[in-house]
Every structure is written in structure tokens, then in C-alpha cells.
Design a protein. Structure first.
Length: 376
């Protein structure tokens, strides 16, 4: 879930100046090579502002003091590619397939706000990665997974909304983590479509952007209040269902690039690291482990779709991924409770460290998948 914050008019002008690009080649920005991005807490320096159509590689280094993110946006803030959770002093690569057109790049210090943006232009033409039959089959396979999950998301959200509007607190509480399971499995796809993600899944911080706090987490807050009261949440629930139906329609129509599968598999682990391990995501209900498990399952599904390609191109990487997914499952299984999971506030610091270490160990090999997919 992407968080948002206001940038003042004066600050926005200053940040826009810091985010300027140049079409002149710079170190690490040679035409056709990786494009370096030097990010800090107030600037986002892109080595060049243009590229040829096809796969672009951005090498993002965080030189600031805050954790940052890097995005490539198409018009309408449609997310073409992103890397999250880039800690100070670390570098991450983003492989993204871009046809000819006008885009924006954005660094997000603190992982909040609209970001420090700059124009980015792609020209020429290139055969899509899906011209490879195996990669086309991978995207078709994953599209079937997205359809199954979004169909279930709509069904379970309808049940959740019905319970909220009926004032049935116990039933709504039981359905809250179940409905969100389907959302969390396909969240990288849902995040493509501009403000729909924060409308559905925005935490309370979205009010800092001037957005209305609604969706799942607004109802969650009322459900788990000291004295639960959802008597006025009917309109919020109706809007949630309307937004979910829109996501379902758009997600099922979306033609994904194989690199979006690879980046999404890593992005789901970033979601775990930045929100679920910390307990920040479901701060009122403490049902974060439902989301944690769903994120991991969604990551597995993307890798499963790509598996035939990965086995052919890097069998050793597949073996490592299998091992690390198993290790995550083993660590998480310790916290089963009936058909669900323990609450986040029932976990010890040792429990959280074990889970975090397992996710980090998996994230490292998954970060290599995009480079393997983009090989020709």
C-alpha cells in the first residue's frame, strides 16, 4: 500500500528543481546502459531523461537518511515499475519494459508523498518480451491467477460490506482479514491504477494528502475501537465495494509485462518488510500475519508463472528460491492459530526477527529474477 503526504507549493518547486534530468550521458547513464539514480532526502538525480523503447534498467542508490522508493509512471500515475524499501546506503535495480511514450520518474524519500518527479521520454520501437513464447505463457498463467483472486476479492468484499451495513461487528471482524487476503495476493497489480490503491487500502496517513480516510482500514478502525461502532460506516463500505469492483475490472483487463511479474514478486516481499513485520498495516486489528502470508503466496504465484523460463535460464536460482520460500513458510507456520494466525501483538521480538530474517533471505534471490527475465 502506497502512503501519501502533502508537499507544500514552495517545497514542490524546490524538489522539482532537484529532480531535473539531462539527456547528456552521465556516469552510469550511457545510452543503452543502466541509468543511475542518485536519491537522497531532497533530490532525485537521474543520469539521463530518455531511453530507447524496450527494457530500461535503473540503478537506484539511496544517499539519504530516509528509506526511499523509486517509480516510473505513465500518464495518470499508472505505475509501470517500482522498487520500494531502499534503505540508506543501499542500491536497488529496477528493470522495466517501456514502449515509446512520455513518462515520469519519481523518488519518494520516507516512502511517502507524490515524490520528486522528472520527465522521462522513451522513443523508437522494440519487440515486446512476450514475443518469447515462454514469457507469453507466463503472463497468461499469471493473468488466470489474477482473475481467480480478484473474483474472490469481490465476493468476500461483498460479504464484508453486507456485515458492516448490517451492524454485525463479530462477522465483519471475522471477514476483514479474509477479504484482505485476496487483495494482498495481487496488490502489485492493484497498485498500477493511480489513487484506487490508497482509496481501498490507505492507512490513516492519507489524510495528510487531503484524501478522505476510507476503505478497509477506516472500517477496521471502527471495528476494533474500544467501543466498536460501525453504525455510520455504510457509505464507506459502499464506496469500498465500488472501488474494489473497479479494481477487479481493470486488473482482469490489464496486459502485464513479464517484468511486472518479476517486480511484483519482489514488491510483495517489500510490503511484508515495510508494513507487516512492523505491525503498521493492520494497526487496529493486529491481523498482519494474514497479510504477511497472502503477500508471500502472491509472490510464489508470480514466480510459479515464470518458473519454466527461470528453470531454463538459471536453474540454480530456482533451487535457491524454492529453499528460501520453504524457510519462510516454516517460520510463519509456527504462528498458526486455528484456520488463521496469531495476532501481531502476540508475537515476541524474537518471533519478529526470525520472520524478518527469513523474508530478507528470500528477498535477495528474488531481486535477481527481473534480470533473468529481461535476458534476450
Amino acid at each position: 500500500m502506497r502512503r501519501l503526504i502533502v508537499v507544500s507549493a514552495v517545497g514542490a518547486l524546490a524538489l522539482a528543481g532537484c529532480g531535473g534530468t539531462s539527456d547528456e550521458p552521465a556516469a552510469g547513464g550511457e545510452k543503452g546502459g543502466p541509468i543511475t539514480v542518485a536519491a537522497n532526502d531532497t533530490a532525485c538525480e537521474i543520469a539521463r531523461g530518455s531511453a530507447d523503447a524496450g527494457t530500461s534498467v535503473f540503478n537506484v542508490t539511496n544517499k539519504g537518511q530516509k528509506v526511499t522508493e523509486f517509480y516510473v509512471y505513465a500518464p495518470g500515475d499508472r505505475v509501470m515499475g517500482e522498487v520500494e524499501n531502499i534503505a540508506p546506503g543501499l542500491s536497488r535495480e529496477l528493470h522495466v519494459e517501456l514502449p515509446a511514450g512520455s513518462y515520469e520518474t519519481a523518488c519518494k524519500p520516507g516512502m511517502i508523498g507524490k515524490g520528486i518527479r522528472a520527465a522521462f521520454t522513451v522513443s523508437g520501437s522494440s519487440a515486446p518480451l512476450t514475443d518469447d513464447a515462454a514469457l507469453a505463457a507466463a503472463t497468461d498463467s499469471y493473468a488466470r491467477y489474477v482473475k481467480s483472486q480478484t473474483d474472490a476479492l469481490q465476493t468476500k468484499t461483498e460479504e464484508f460490506v453486507t456485515a458492516v451495513k448490517a451492524g454485525d461487528v463479530d462477522k465483519a471482524r471475522a471477514l476483514f482479514p479474509v477479504a484482505r487476503t485476496y487483495w494482498e495476493r495481487i496488490e502489485p497489480v492493484a497498485e498500477i491504477f493511480g489513487d484506487l490503491d490508497p482509496r481501498i487500502d490507505g492507512r490513516e496517513e492519507v489524510t495528510e494528502e487531503g484524501m478522505k480516510f476510507g476503505g478497509f482500514h477506516r472500517i477496521e478502525k471502527d471495528l476494533w475501537a474500544a467501543k466498536p461502532d460501525i453504525s455510520s460506516d455504510g457509505p464507506i463500505a459502499d464506496q469500498l465495494l465500488t472501488d474494489v469492483k473497479e479494481i477487479v475490472t481493470k486488473a482482469q483487463a490489464e496486459k502485464l509485462s513479464p517484468l511486472q511479474l518479476a517486480n511484483g514478486a519482489k514488491g510483495l516481499l517489500d510490503e511484508v518488510a515495510s508494513g507487516k513485520i512492523t505491525g503498521e498495516e493492520d494497526r487496529y486489528s493486529h491481523t498482519d500475519l494474514w497479510d504477511f502470508n497472502a503477500n508471500v503466496e502472491g509472490s510464489k504465484a508470480a514466480i510459479a508463472a515464470l518458473r519454466p523460463v527461470l528453470e531454463e535460464r538459471d536453474a540454480a536460482l530456482v533451487k535457491t528460491l524454492d529453499t528460501e520460500f520453504t524457510n519462510v513458510d516454516t517460520a510463519l507456520a509456527k504462528h498458526r492459530a486455528g484456520d488463521g494466525w496469531k495476532l501481531h501483538n502476540q508475537l515476541t521480538q524474537a518471533d519478529l526477527k526470525e520472520l524478518s530474517d527469513a523474508i530478507n533471505a528470500l528477498a535477495e534471490p528474488i531481486s535477481k529474477v527481473a534480470a533473468v527475465v529481461s535476458k534476450k
